[in-house]
Design a protein around this ligand. Sequence first.
Ligand SMILES: Cc1cc2nc3c(=O)[nH]c(=O)nc-3n(C[C@H](O)[C@H](O)[C@H](O)COP(=O)(O)OP(=O)(O)OC[C@H]3O[C@@H](n4cnc5c(N)ncnc54)[C@H](O)[C@@H]3O)c2cc1C
Ligand SMILES: NC(=O)c1ccc[n+]([C@@H]2O[C@H](COP(=O)([O-])OP(=O)(O)OC[C@H]3O[C@@H](n4cnc5c(N)ncnc54)[C@H](O)[C@@H]3O)[C@@H](O)[C@H]2O)c1
Length: 468
Amino acid sequence: MSIEQYQNLIIGSGEAGKYLAWNLAKMGQKTAIVERSMIGGSCPNIACLPSKNVIFSAKAVSLANPSSGLGVMSGTLQVDMAGVARRKREMVEELVTIHLNNFKATGAELILGEARFTGSKTVQVELQSGDTRQLAGERVFLCVGSRASIPNVPGLAAARPMTHVEALNLERLPEHLVVLGGGYVGLEFAQAMRRFGSRVTILQRGPQLLDREDPDVSAALLELMHDEGIEVILKAELLSVAGRSGEEVRLKVRSASGEREIVASDILAAAGRTPNTDRLGVDQGGIELDARGYIRVNEKLQTSAVEVWAMGDCAGSPQFTHVGYDDFRVVLSQLTSGGRTTTGRLIPYCLFTDPELARVGMSEAEARSQKIAYRVARIPAARIGRMQTLSETRGFVKALIGENDRILGFAAFCAEASELMAGVQTAMLGNLPYTLLRDAVLTHPTASEGLTVLFTSGFANPVVSGAK
Ligand SMILES: Cc1cc2nc3c(=O)[nH]c(=O)nc-3n(C[C@H](O)[C@H](O)[C@H](O)COP(=O)(O)OP(=O)(O)OC[C@H]3O[C@@H](n4cnc5c(N)ncnc54)[C@H](O)[C@@H]3O)c2cc1C
Ligand SMILES: NC(=O)c1ccc[n+]([C@@H]2O[C@H](COP(=O)([O-])OP(=O)(O)OC[C@H]3O[C@@H](n4cnc5c(N)ncnc54)[C@H](O)[C@@H]3O)[C@@H](O)[C@H]2O)c1
């Protein structure tokens, strides 16, 4: 079989892969992108956008509930899970169409099939149609992503637990959902499914939810989960599972309060990610992996093989779509102007529970471990007028301030936190003092106005006696 030659060969059509394909093809370079299943990768198909779509349906349930006190009544409240899934499906279909149009418009050749290295910068593709093609690139870019890990617990794999993929397609309501993992996927789904009406139990291995956050952040999330009626078992060790998820499962769990059996209807595995590098034949391509299976890269995202780059989740980058997008910019700059690397980039992230958690920069624990002096500005969300108008007064906003009034880190756990954070991040990028935000005229009544309150009266010993 002859080998087809391309200037650029991209494996995986996730965030970095697709933007690279579109941009290089638009420059007139012969570019192929191989995708085994999801056009556009995880974000539009099975991850960020569909999960936020479903979360918004769950928010609608909470708003329509008489207990929300909003004074809007519309008869008996009913959740139609098939309708929730249909709305999500329609959005995904529209997004896939947009992606297909972009491939067509830019001239990047989209090849549907699974790629595996057979030699240096050469892959064999098992096409969805059943045929095979051999492709080689002058330059190769790997963007193969990651998938949900299934922890090695006796009986767990045999119980066929849901991952986010199946959970997003549910057209029925699980009676009792056990969520394995108190991280990003676990918390977002736990709250949404509880709001739809499931009984929900979270098993979290560590001593707190979101194990990398400061204790005050984790404690606030724990309180939220409790108030939603979700049972959270911390320091939980899942010992064994019997039965089948979707029917009946029996889980043996050990925690600080001893050993117990949980009988539930469904399990959602939300215990971290495994990179999709195991079936890629990386040895044949001369590409090194690290001990956890992620592709080894340097700050330019170059792999151990010459003219082969890796981007996104599979390259061990922080697992967020906006990081995948920045990885694309890093690689594009290596191919063009040359300057951008991954060194020192400021990466924000948001947990889309209700309320949201938005984070950027250092946590207090990180500042302490690096022996960096800081002061904390902190206010309850209830101090922000916008939160009062929404009747969403749960949470807090805090900032870590270092030398020369520079903002070292920021955490907002409140309604609209994701939008509130962007201004702070901009100030951090510009190395601006917090006083600039304090003294800015911010619109009333917005969430961002909370920054005026935070920086005027959020310090234990206020430096300015403003009116806020
Ligand atoms: C439920 C959930 C919610 C999330 N929500 C958010 C969020 O709100 N915000 C956020 O920033 N991040 C979120 N994330 C994380 C985010 O989705 C990922 O970090 C991001 O999608 C990773 O992009 P990627 O391009 O590295 O991989 P992917 O988007 O997974 O792309 C990899 C692609 O490669 C294909 N592929 C793999 N192997 C091969 C092969 N051998 N041949 C051909 N094709 C192959 C796969 O089919 C896939 O399409 C979420 C993740 C999950 C699971
Ligand atoms: N809003 C967002 O941006 C968003 C949403 C979802 C996912 N993501 C990304 O996807 C990544 C993966 O999400 P995730 O939730 O799968 O992983 P995670 O790393 O965020 O959380 C996994 C949790 O599972 C726990 N855990 C692991 N094994 C366990 C076991 N056997 N029993 C009990 N608990 C166990 C871990 O202690 C950890 O707290 C995230 O880290 C994030 O980067 C982002």
